[in-house]
Design a binder for this molecule. Structure first.
Ligand code: S3P
Length: 168
């Protein structure tokens, strides 16, 4: 039996809040790949991007995912880029149901207003929307590759959880 649930999706699609709630309801542990990376390397993601660069972050992300994938009974919230890494997804998929959270670019724009996310930081609102649309277009096929897709534009995190629980 598959014992983990992996949430994939774009930044601001609701993975962390939905994942925490889902883990609570299932009595599973909640793991967030970005938080694990920050804990292991004692550095915020945005500082890692700034000082080490994106390639180093991506390598650390892969290493972290391999460690997490070996554990059981977890809801794993992944950083928005994880779904595009086919090797990492294959490893996760072996022991997990994949749930994709999806939202429209304007919804994402509203939810990603602060400068915490390096890929969207230091931009005007217009530039941010453009980046979101471009990146989402490039990643769309990866986000579709899931067992269940939940649209989160007009739902609450609790409603997302109910949809997921019904599917399980
Ligand atoms: C990224 C998403 C972020 C974080 C990093 C890169 C991406 O995670 O991993 O800033 O490539 O989409 P969230 O999806 O949790 O914001």
């Amino acid at each position: 039996m598959k014992t983990n649930i992996v949430l994939i999706g774009f930044m601001g699609s609701g993975k962390s809040i939905t994942g925490k709630l889902l883990a609570y309801k299932l009595g599973y542990s909640f793991v967030d790949t970005d938080s694990e990376i920050e804990k292991t390397y004692k550095q915020k993601i945005k500082d890692m991007f700034a000082s080490e660069g994106e390639a180093v972050f991506r390598a650390r992300e892969t290493e972290t995912i391999r460690k997490i994938a070996a554990r059981k009974n977890q809801v794993i919230s992944t950083g928005g880029g994880v779904a595009t890494k086919e090797e990492d997804m294959k490893i996760l998929r072996d022991n997990a149901i994949i749930v994709s959270l999806a939202a429209m670019p304007h919804t994402i724009l509203k939810r990603t207003g602060n400068d915490k996310r390096p890929l969207l930081a230091k931009k005007t609102k217009e530039e941010r929307l453009k980046t979101i649309i471009e990146l989402m277009g490039k990643r769309a096929k990866y986000y579709k590759n899931a067992d269940l897709i939940v649209k989160t534009d007009d739902t609450t995190p609790l409603q997302n959880v109910e949809i997921i629980l019904k599917y399980l």
